[in-house]
Structure formats: C-alpha cells, structure tokens
Design a protein around this ligand. Structure first.
Ligand code: HGY
Ligand code: MN
Ligand code: MN
Length: 444
C-alpha cells in the first residue's frame, strides 16, 4: 500500500472473513444463497456479530433487524460515522455483493482496535436487512425503514415469497430489535461495494468514487384470462394469460434496446396458474425491474409498459393490473464525503475515477438523511448476481484501506453546529411502535 498515515488493514484477514462468510449458504460453483431472514441469513448475522464483538464493538439491533456494530468514539454524543452494506444475497448470488462492504467495515474496526486508535466520533458498521429484495420483494427494507422512507408498518408487514411477514421472520431468527427508525444520527455514511459492472476492470482503475445512482422501479403485473382445456379449446376461444404476458415481455425487451444504452427493463420472475400442462393459464403474474438515470425517462417508460400491456391483453381477450412494488429515485451523493474518498485514495497513491452506479444500494436510502457516498472496487468481467462474481484479494484490501482512511478523517471531523445530540431511542415498547420519534433534521 502507498504512504499511509493510518493503521494498515490486514488484507489476509479480510479475505479469510469473506471466504468464511461465503461458506454460509455456499453453492457448489462458488456462489452463495443466503437470502434475507432465512436460517442461513441468521447464521451469517450471528457470525458477523461474533466477529464485531471480538473486535471490541457493541452490537445494537433495530426493529428492522439492522445490525449496528458500534466502536465508541471519545465524543459519543456526536452524530456517528457509519459504513456497511448487506449480508443477504441473491438465490444464486455471489460472495461479494454487499458482503464486501460489511466485512471491509469490520476490517476497519479490527485494524483500529489492533492499533488502539480511538476516533472522536463513534464509528458504526451496519448490516442492513434485505437489500436484495428477491425473497422479500422490494429491496432495502432495512435501510429504508431506518431512514423512515419505508414506514414500519409497510416494512414489517411486507410478505416474503414464502408467505411470512418481515415481522414474523425477524422474530423467528431472533433479530427483532428494540430500536426505532433513525436510531442514530449519522454525520457521514460511506458504503464500499463491488462495481457489479465492467468499467473499473476495463480501465485498470482500482477505486471508483460513486457520485450518483440511477433510479429503479419495480412492478408486479397480473394478467387474467381463463382456464380452458388445452386439447379441445380452439385458439379463437382462448383467453390465455401466459401468451399475453409473453407478447408483452418480448415487447419490453425491444423497448429497452430501442432506448439504450441507459435504459434497463428486466422480467426476472414469472408464474402461470393453475400451472397444468393441459390447461390454458387463467392467471400469469410477473415482475418488472425498470432502471434509468433520469426520473423523466422512468415515468415515460412506465407509460410505455402500460401501453404494451393494453395492446397484448386487448389482442388476447385478457385483462391486466400493474402494481408498483418499489421506487428508488435517482440519487446524487454528497460532494464533501466523496472528496474524502478521493483524498484517501490519493493519499494512498491508488488510482481512482468518479462513476455512477447501475445497481441500487442501501446508500440510496441513507443519502436523504445523512451525507453519503460510495466507493467501488472492480469485479471480474463486471459479473454480479451470479456464482461467477469475483473480486481479487488485492482490490478488496485496497478498498478497505481507502475506506479506513476516509472513515478516520470523517470520524475525527470537528463538531459543527449541524451536529445534533442523538435523540432518545424510540424503544417501540412504549406503544409508539409506529410513532415517529422527535428528531431534529440535521442541517448541512
Ligand atoms: O438490484 C440491485 O441493484 C441490487 O444489487 N440489489
Ligand atoms: Mn448489493
Ligand atoms: Mn445485489
């Protein structure tokens, strides 16, 4: 590592932790299936908690199951500096998406403990609940609940594809914590993540300074037709919901290609009922993931999706309904926090470049309530949400070292008038389960 006036992280220790976490829900081809609030997610959470306590941090849990590992500063009354990401994975996911950011934060705690460095502000490393949104559809439940942009009722009432609510899952795995939304005032949040795209690797640059994230909208479409005998019903008498859905999905793909390179439309999940080989499906349900850097385009494409559905259902004599499941607006990150990341990379002599994120992150939900920025490390061939996902030990170590430098700088920042003392924890036991705690909006 280049000149570094901060403690060195231990790259081998970080890599071992990434490997150990990857074995929890590990898949035969090197990937990971540790979906949110499952028994394996609990195993990963418990391991993370043990590691944090061994590194001298205090663990706190909020009602969304978010894990906050706190390394107290000399002025714990000041708003804290936070880092983190998510330990939940896709069903056939990789070992780095989200996990890297949580464990790079843990490595910062370990390196500061080894060097007995205490910062002015408390440093928190966070594991946010259900960032992926695949088992529990609508991502970022934990960070959205913490920030208050997803209400507690909505967050805890969301049902998984297994039919359980988030509240039931959290109780079952023992992660229904006492703290309410905004349990901590955050003076700066930095999230480290793999790029999940090809740019850094293609340019041979080790660090990406993420300045903005494109917008994302998720929908569920239900197409209704009729059940009819596959052998006796001629086509003109059919109202086949799966044919209507299939026609629309092909049209979405053409729409995406027409409006590229920034537009993304993906149908990742589809179910046809009653699911009998010899009955035309009366109901087909599918999801849409729509992404673009501009809200105006997201609005326009949502309109196009509706138009395409009207055309395919009119032709097939079926009907449809579109439900919006999630909306993450395009986000621009905080220039001052991004500067700290650039300075940290420069101070270490590590090449870096500004970039946007095509993937959404918990940082998107924290940005409205705390100055936020992200750093990326390269991943091989830009592949993510697949078992082939991979980041090198050297890139993992370099990102963690940049993270440590930036966090120490931010955690030693002088108190400013914008610092507000943390408000009392909204325990939730006082019947204020869904009440809002009184907290002053931080200025600046
Ligand atoms: O879908 C996303 O952008 C994130 O990786 N969950
Ligand atoms: Mn992620
Ligand atoms: Mn992901």
């Amino acid at each position: 590592m280049g000149s570094n006036r901060y403690p060195d992280i231990d790259g081998a220790r970080l890599w071992q932790s990434i490997e150990a976490m990857g074995r929890i829900g590990g898949l035969p081809n090197g990937g990971c299936n540790r979906q949110a609030l499952t028994a394996v997610d609990k195993e990963g959470r418990d391991l993370f908690a043990r590691w944090c306590e061994a590194a001298g941090a205090r663990m706190q849990i909020d009602r969304f199951g978010n894990q906050f590992a706190l390394r107290p500063g000399t002025m714990p009354e000041l708003p804290l500096v936070a880092t983190g990401s998510h330990l939940d994975t896709q069903p056939k996911g990789g070992r780095f998406d989200g996990v890297y950011g949580v464990l790079a934060g843990l490595e910062v705690l370990r390196a500061l403990a080894d060097a007995q460095v205490v910062t002015r502000r408390t440093i928190a490393v966070v594991n946010w609940t259900n960032e992926e949104g695949c088992r529990i559809i609508a991502g970022c439940t934990g960070s959205g609940g913490f920030a208050g942009s997803i209400s507690s009722v909505e967050a805890l009432g969301t049902r998984s594809i297994d039919g359980t609510t988030v509240a039931e899952d959290l109780e079952r795995i023992g992660y229904a914590g006492p703290l309410g939304p905004r349990a901590f005032d955050i003076s700066a949040y930095v999230e480290a993540h793999i790029e999940q795209g090809p740019i850094l690797e293609r340019e041979g640059v080790a660090i990406g300074i993420v300045t903005a994230v494109q917008g994302a909208r998720w929908f569920r479409v239900v197409v209704d037709g009729t059940d009819r005998h596959a052998g006796t019903t001629p086509f003109e008498l059919r109202q086949d919901s799966l044919v209507a859905a299939a026609e629309a999905i092909v049209a979405f793909d053409a729409l995406g290609r027409k409006h590229g390179p920034d537009l993304r439309i993906t149908v990742g999940r589809i179910e046809a009922a009653p699911g009998s080989i010899n009955t035309t499906p009366s109901r087909t349900t599918f999801t849409i993931d729509l992404r673009h850097p501009a809200s105006t385009m997201l609005d326009a494409m949502a309109g196009e999706i509706e138009r395409i559905m009207q055309a395919s259902t009119a032709r097939t004599g079926t009907t449809h309904a579109i439900e919006r499941l999630m909306e993450i607006a395009p986000v621009s990150f905080d220039a001052r926090v991004a500067d700290h990341l650039r300075d940290a990379a420069k101070g270490l002599g590590i090449q870096h470049r500004d970039m946007l994120s095509g993937a959404f992150h918990d940082a998107c939900y924290i940005a409205p309530v705390a100055p936020t920025a992200m750093l990326f490390i390269p991943c091989r061939d830009g592949i993510s949400h697949a078992e082939e996902e991979y980041a090198s030990p050297a890139h993992c170590a370099a990102g963690a070292q940049v993270l440590l430098s930036a966090l120490v700088e931010l955690a030693n920042a002088r108190p400013t008038p914008a610092d507000v003392p943390p408000h009392s924890f909204d325990s939730g036991e006082a019947g204020s389960m869904y009440g809002k705690t009184e907290h002053k909006q931080r200025v600046g």
